[in-house]
Design a protein around this ligand. Structure first.
Ligand SMILES: Nc1ncnc2c1ncn2[C@@H]1O[C@H](COP(=O)(O)OP(=O)(O)OP(=O)(O)O)[C@@H](O)[C@H]1O
Length: 353
C-alpha cells in the first residue's frame, strides 16, 4: 500500500516543524527519513500514523484520504526507539497481545505467534520475560508484536537507536532481510546515514521541516542535491574559490567544470576523504603540499589528517589499506595531496566533475 503526504504543515505554537512537505512511500517500499535532530522526522512519522494532526495538508493511504482517521483504523504497526514491551508478560504474550485484543481464537494466536517467532529468529524464547532478553532481542519482539496484527504499514522510529553498534549492525541486516520476506510498506526514522543507506530502498533527506532530496542511497550519495546533503552524508573537505571559463579555481588548484556556462565569483568544491590521493612526489602542478598531523590506520581505511598551509585548512584523507601499506606515511612528514573528484556548488548552479 502506498502512502502519500501532500503539502503537510505542522506548527507547534510559532514554530513550524513541517513546512508544506510532500512525500510518497510506494507500495512495499522501505523508505528512510534521514535528517539531523529537530528536522521533523518523528513529527512526520506521527502524522502518518495518526498520532499527531497536521495543520494543513492531506495524508493518503493508497487513494484513501486518512487525514482525519483514528490511528487504530489506519492499520499501522509502530515501533519506537525504547521498546515498550509489557514487562509482566512473556515474549509469547507480548507478541500475541494485539490479537487477544481483537479476540482472535487461542489457536489462531498460537499459530501466528509461532510463525512470528520464527520470522524474528526468537524460537525457544517465548516463555522469557523482557528483562531476560538482550536489547536487540527486545527490539525484535517489538517488531514481531507490531507485525502480529498484520499491519498495512510499518512505522519505525529510530528502532535501533538505543542499541550498541554491533547489535545495530546485525539488526539492520536482519530488518532488510525481513522486509524482503514480508514486503510491507515501511517508513523508518534515523539520523544515521549509514543505517539509512544500508537498509532503505529510498532515502528522504530532511532539514528544518522540509525535504532536501529524495532518491536511492546511491543517487543521494553520488549526486547530492546541495551542500547540505553533501555535508550531512559524511565528512567533506571544502575548498573555496571561483568558477571561471569552465574551471573552478581554488588557490593553486583547478577543477575542470566543463558543464558550467556561467562564471561565479563564489564557488565551493567538496571533496570526499576517499577522493584524495596522497603521494611523496607531486602528481601534478595541482597537488597540494600537506603536513601529516595524525594517522589512524585501525579500520577498513587508514584515516589521515593533514594540514595545508596554502589553504589554511585541515584535510581528511581516507587511504585504502593497500595504499596505506605502500606509502606508510608518518606524522610530521610533508607529502602531496591530490583531489581526484570534486562536487562543485556555486550559488546559482551546481555540477560535478
Ligand atoms: N509537542 C511538541 N511541542 C513543541 N515542539 C515540538 C513538539 N514536538 C516536536 N517539536 C519540535 O519540532 C521539531 C521537530 O521535532 P521532531 O521530533 O519531529 O524532530 P526529529 O527530526 O525527529 O528529531 P530527533 O532526531 O531529535 O528525534 C523540533 O524542534 C521539536 O522541538
Amino acid at each position: 500500500m502506498s502512502i502519500r503526504v501532500e503539502q503537510v504543515t505542522k506548527r507547534f505554537g510559532a514554530f513550524t516543524a513541517l513546512d508544506r512537505l510532500t512525500v510518497e512511500a510506494k507500495g512495499g517500499e522501505l523508505l528512510a527519513l534521514l535528517g539531523p535532530s529537530g528536522s521533523g522526522k518523528t513529527t512526520l512519522l506521527r502524522i502518518i500514523a495518526g498520532l499527531e494532526h497536521a495543520d494543513e495538508g492531506v495524508v493518503r493511504y493508497e487513494e484513501e484520504d486518512v487525514t482525519g482517521t483514528h490511528p487504530r483504523q489506519r492499520g499501522v504497526g509502530f515501533v519506537f526507539q525504547h521498546y515498550a514491551l509489557f514487562r509482566h508478560m512473556t515474549v509469547f504474550d507480548n507478541i500475541g497481545f494485539g490479537m487477544r485484543i481483537r479476540k482472535e481464537s487461542r489457536q489462531v494466536i498460537t499459530q501466528r505467534v509461532r510463525e512470528l517467532l520464527h520470522l524474528v529468529r526468537l524460537e525457544g524464547l517465548e516463555n522469557r520475560f523482557p528483562a531476560q532478553l538482550s536489547g536487540g532481542q527486545r527490539q525484535r519482539v517489538a517488531l514481531a508484536r507490531a507485525l502480529a496484527v498484520q499491519p498495512k504499514v510499518l512505522l519505525l522510529d529510530e528502532p535501533f537507536g538505543a542499541l550498541d553498534a554491533k547489535v545495530r549492525q546485525e539488526l539492520r541486516q536482519w530488518l532488510r532481510q525481513l522486509h524482503d520476506e514480508v514486503p510491507i510498506t515501511t517508513i523508518f526514522v534515523t539520523h544515521d546515514q549509514e543505517e539509512a543507506f544500508e537498509v532503505a530502498d529510498r532515502v528522504v533527506v530532511m532539514k528544518s521541516g522540509r525535504i532536501e532530496q529524495v532518491g536511492s542511497p546511491q543517487e543521494v550519495f553520488d549526486h547530492p542535491a546541495n551542500p547540505f546533503v553533501m555535508d550531512f552524508l559524511g565528512h567533506v573537505n571544502v575548498f573555496h574559490g571561483r568558477v571561471h571559463d569552465g574551471k573552478m579555481v581554488a588557490g593553486g588548484i583547478e577543477f575542470n567544470a566543463p558543464e558550467n556556462s556561467a562564471n561565479a565569483p563564489n564557488a565551493t568544491a567538496y571533496v570526499r576523504p576517499h577522493d584524495v590521493d596522497l603521494t611523496r612526489i607531486p602528481e601534478s602542478t595541482e597537488s597540494i603540499r600537506v603536513k601529516i598531523l595524525q594517522i589512524n590506520p585501525a579500520g577498513a581505511v587508514a584515516r589521515v589528517r593533514c594540514y595545508s598551509e596554502e589553504f589554511g585548512i585541515t584535510l581528511q584523507i581516507d587511504l585504502s589499506r593497500d595504499r596505506y601499506l605502500a606509502l606508510k606515511p608518518v606524522a610530521g612528514e610533508e607529502l602531496f595531496a591530490s583531489p581526484r573528484h570534486a562536487r562543485i556548488f556555486s550559488p546559482k548552479e551546481d555540477y560535478s566533475i
